[in-house]
Design a protein around this ligand. Structure first.
Ligand code: GLC
Length: 516
């Protein structure tokens, strides 16, 4: 079933915009983050006419369209990379990517020690057209994803063309993939992470030579100027994994991007003091550059928060790469995970700034934990020899209709990742109009968030509560999030929305409520 057919459901949820994960032509070695043609749609999803229809359908519902731009790397199948493979060393074709001679006697060692984010090392050696071993190319992700050389003006110009192509189609902006990675430190030095490195505070550590380098900013200033040349509001939203938050805020200075996902907020586990601190630090860092904070609890790279928040906070193992799977112990408790996720979302949607939801979280969907090894798709699983589960568990198609094949996701039961049987009970049609369902909770939260202007509201903490209870106000709405394991009595007031039953004036453990 195509997205265009589901827009009424999305509009009725109360969203303003859709960020589409990559739909460009791609061999799909990394769920479309390996693009072989930036100006075409992969036949898996449709074609350019379908895209135009989708954009006009979104317009009818007042939904804005955000396209996922993947500028750090292309697919090995991209014509520029194919040309680079055929061209001689030192040629302009090679210069579009990062090719280097190997170290060691016959150049058979990688040019430096950089690791791939997905496991293994970040270099692959090519074979020359005459069959002899050749240079190595850099891929910070999978070997199917060679990094572009962004010091090369030609690369920049090609991407200006790509942005222009989509902007001319009337889209509203881009989510920028790996926005921390485009600039590499000159000379590509080894990244030394010895004891001293790990013992230092993030802000005092030696600079990472491939992530978070200052060279990225001039690229985004150029893109911002391009966006500014179009009438109306446009957005650039950074996926920038950099620490600390004051550094991340550099991505959203007035002449750069407008939003950057606050990942330190996403990765904060069920630890009230830490959650409070990360909210304060985010608001402060982003306010200092005049940008809104951009909250997010789940995405296509992270263990769904209905599962993650039930994991033991002392085990940091279930991060975006490790994932959770059949071997994860102790098994996350689904019921407690759902209570916590509903509470956490109720808090998030009361915060000032912008908020991104990940498809399925409005159903309270947990991670799919028991995916058989043979069905796993994430390159991480293969590159770590199965040691890390990777991200498949959050990417399983979501249930729309309980009694249809694939729970209504598509025409056949044969989905690209298998759906667990328990997904049936989260189906959207069972939740629609059902009092207390997670879907109806999200609808209420989004409606009230809009009605009370919370996105642009004025935030403050409310005093007089124990540390396990986060109490805050925004534009006169008071919000209580009970992260303790015992119920608390709510203060006086009209309950506008709550993540659990509060009819007796009591806020259960793990729940949150908005009061007026
Ligand atoms: C980003 C994407 C992730 C992808 C990676 C490489 O982190 O969110 O899904 O695998 O970049 O493009």
């Amino acid at each position: 079933v195509g997205i265009t057919d589901k827009l009424d459901s999305l509009a009725s949820l109360g969203i303003d915009a859709i960020w589409f994960s990559p739909f460009f032509k791609s061999p799909q070695k990394d769920a479309g983050y390996d693009v072989s043609d930036y100006k075409d749609i992969d036949p898996l999803f449709g074609n350019l006419v379908d895209f135009d229809n989708l954009v006009s359908a979104c317009r009818k519902f007042g939904i804005k369209v955000i396209v996922d731009l993947v500028p750090n790397h292309s697919s090995v199948q991209h014509e520029l990379f194919q040309a680079a493979l055929k061209a001689p060393e030192g040629s302009p074709e090679r210069g579009m990517y990062i090719f280097r001679d190997g170290k060691g006697k016959n150049g058979d060692l990688p040019p430096n020690n950089w690791p791939s984010v997905f496991g293994g090392n970040a270099w692959t050696r090519i074979t020359n057209p005459d069959g002899t071993p050749g240079q190595w190319y850099l891929h910070l992700f999978d070997s199917s994803q060679p990094d572009f050389d962004w010091t090369n003006r030609w690369v920049r110009d090609r991407f200006i063309e790509v942005l222009t192509f989509w902007l001319d189609k009337g889209i509203d902006g881009f989510r920028v993939d790996v926005a921390h990675g485009l600039a590499k430190k000159a000379g590509l030095p080894d990244f030394i992470r010895d004891d001293a490195y790990w013992q230092a505070k993030p802000e005092d550590r030696a600079e990472n030579p491939y992530f978070g380098n200052d060279g990225v900013h001039e690229i985004y200033r150029e893109w911002r100027a391009l966006l500014n040349s179009y009438a109306g509001d446009r957005v650039l939203c950074a996926e920038a994994f950099v620490e600390p938050l004051t550094k991340m805020a550099q991505w959203v200075r007035p002449d750069e991007m407008m939003q950057a996902f606050i990942f330190p907020y996403l990765v904060t586990r069920w630890v009230p003091e830490k959650l409070r601190t990360v909210i304060d630090d985010s608001l402060e860092a982003f306010h200092a550059v005049g940008a809104p904070s951009t909250w997010v609890l789940s995405n296509h790279d992270q263990v769904r928060h209905a599962t993650r928040l039930a994991l033991d906070p002392s085990t940091m193992t279930a991060d975006r790469i490790t994932g959770v799977g059949p071997r994860t112990e102790p098994k996350p408790d689904r019921a407690e995970g759902l209570r916590r996720a509903r509470g956490a979302s109720t808090l998030m949607l009361a915060l000032p700034g912008s908020a991104y939801l990940y498809q399925g979280e409005e159903l309270g969907l947990p991670e799919a934990v028991d995916i058989p090894d043979a069905d796993r798709q994430d390159p991480t699983f293969r590159r770590t020899n199965g040691e890390a589960y990777g991200r498949d568990g959050c990417r399983v198609p979501i249930p729309w209709e309980a009694d249809k094949p694939a729970y209504g996701f598509g025409p056949s039961a044969d989905t690209w990742l298998p759906q667990p049987a328990e997904y049936r009970e989260y189906s959207r049609d069972l939740q629609e109009g059902t009092d207390g369902s997670t879907l109806e909770l999200y609808r209420s939260l989004l409606r009230l968030r809009r009605d009370f202007g919370l996105g642009t509201g004025t935030f403050e903490w409310l005093a007089g509560f124990p540390v396990e209870v986060l109490a805050m106000s925004n534009n006169g709405i008071r919000v209580y999030f009970n992260m303790s394991d015992a119920p608390i009595t709510l203060p006086e007031g009209e309950v506008l929305v709550a993540s659990a039953d509060v009819s007796n004036g009591v806020l259960p453990a793990s729940a949150a409520a908005w009061l007026r």
